[in-house]
Structures are given as C-alpha cells and as structure tokens.
Write a protein that binds this ligand. Structure first.
Ligand SMILES: C[S@@+](CC[C@H](N)C(=O)[O-])C[C@H]1O[C@@H](n2cnc3c(N)ncnc32)[C@H](O)[C@@H]1O
Length: 212
C-alpha cells in the first residue's frame, strides 16, 4: 500500500507507529558508544532522511554531528505535542529539521554521513531510484552511508511497507561510486521485530568519477 504524507501523519497522530523504538536503535547507539561513528571533524554534517521522532538523529547529534533530519510529517504543533523540541534540539547541535519530501531533497554533497533506518523500506520500490539520487546529492566524496537494514528476510509476497530489500537493491540505485564496506547481522536486534536486521555501510569514493 502506497503511503501519502497524510497517511504517515495519521499514523503518528493515532500512535500507530510500530517502527518507533522510543529511543535510538540499540545497534546505532552501541556503535556510537564504541566510537565507530565519530564525526571526522568539528562541524561535520549528518543527514537522517525519514527521521520520524528523531531518536537516531538526536543520538548522532549527541555524538557531535550537526544533524539534519528530514521528514514529510510536521510532528510539532504550536502547543507542543508529538516530536516537540526536535527542531530546537537538532539546531542546538548545529543542524536542523526540514519538513519536505526527502526524495526531492537537493543536497550539495555536504554531508559526511547519511544514516538510513526504516526509510528505504517505507517507500515504494519504484521510488528507490529517487532515494539513490537523494543520497548521491547529499553525501560528500569519501562520506559514509550507514544503514540499519530491515526487513532483510521478510517474505516478498507479504508486500509492505515495510518492503523487504537487500544490499543489491541499494547498490543498484547508489551506483558504482558506492562500495560496500560492512554487511553484518546486528548484535543489538530489536526484540519486537520479526525480521532480520543488518548493519550495512557503503563508502563513497573520495574521488568522484572514479570507483576506487
Ligand atoms: C517507518 S518510519 C521510520 C521513522 C524513523 N526512521 C524511525 O526509525 O523511527 C518512515 C518515516 O519516513 C517518513 N517519510 C515517508 N515518506 C517520506 C518522504 N517521501 N519524505 C520524507 N519523509 C518520508 C514518514 O513520515 C516516517 O516518519
């Protein structure tokens, strides 16, 4: 079933958000704590498309990244409410929140990290090339795309969202400038999730136009 921004909003307003962990994904947090996701320099930027309530975005911000979160749903009302404070919290760390279609986001290759968690699986498979274009536009040469890949083994006939996908589906829309550097089953899986979660990292070539 294809989801419109209004459909996503309705899911948040009715708290029908089974994807929301109420905290950063434990695998992301563990890898941050282990120093694997340290910003390469002060002011380094990270992009979190489809950030939802922003738990992962906030964890990366706390780790020192200037995080821009993107979501098609404005979760903050004048009276506070869902997601209140996210924009301000990200701004404090030098980033921000943009309410937009992330598949049309025009980056300037200024992000050193793109973190993807249950956004790729939420879009329709025919929108994946646009996701690839977003990442290509956002990620700096030499930057990293870190992915909490889910659902890795959901039967395809069950459809989505979440839609099953794998590394080849991402590689296809990222192109040859992106090389797979990590692909492993997470050690901090979310117990309520029925399907496999993997930690995947693609590194973008430092010299664009080259594949090495
Ligand atoms: C399954 S939720 C995941 C949210 C968040 N990553 C998390 O793990 O809690 C997918 C999110 O993507 C957002 N979304 C869906 N399509 C979008 C689009 N085209 N542009 C921006 N955000 C979108 C939804 O509003 C929702 O917050």
């Amino acid at each position: 079933m294809s989801m419109t921004p209004n459909d996503w909003r309705e899911r948040y307003v009715t708290t029908n958000t089974p994807w929301d962990l109420g905290q950063a994904h434990p695998e992301l947090q563990a890898r941050i704590d282990a120093g694997q996701l340290a910003p390469p320099r002060e002011g380094a930027k990270a992009l979190v498309p489809g950030c939802g309530h922003g738990h992962d975005a906030l964890a990366l911000s706390a780790a020192g990244w200037c995080v821009t979160g993107l979501d098609c749903v404005e979760l903050v009302t004048a009276a506070g409410g869902l997601g209140a404070g996210l924009r301000e919290a990200l701004a404090e760390g030098g980033g921000g929140l943009e309410i937009c279609d992330a598949l049309g986001f025009k980056g300037q290759q200024e992000f050193d990290l793109v973190f993807e968690h249950t956004f790729f699986c939420a879009i329709e498979p025919e929108s994946r090339p646009a996701w690839g274009t977003t990442v290509q536009g956002a990620l700096a040469p030499g930057g990293q795309l870190a992915v909490l890949l889910f659902p890795g083994d959901k039967p395809v006939e069950e459809g989505g969202p979440p839609h099953r996908y794998g590394v080849p589906d991402m590689q296809e829309v990222l192109g040859p400038e992106f090389g797979l550097t990590v692909d492993e089953v997470v050690s901090k899986a979310v117990s309520k999730r029925s399907w496999q979660e993997r930690w995947v990292v693609f590194s973008r070539s430092a010299k664009l136009g080259s594949t090495s």
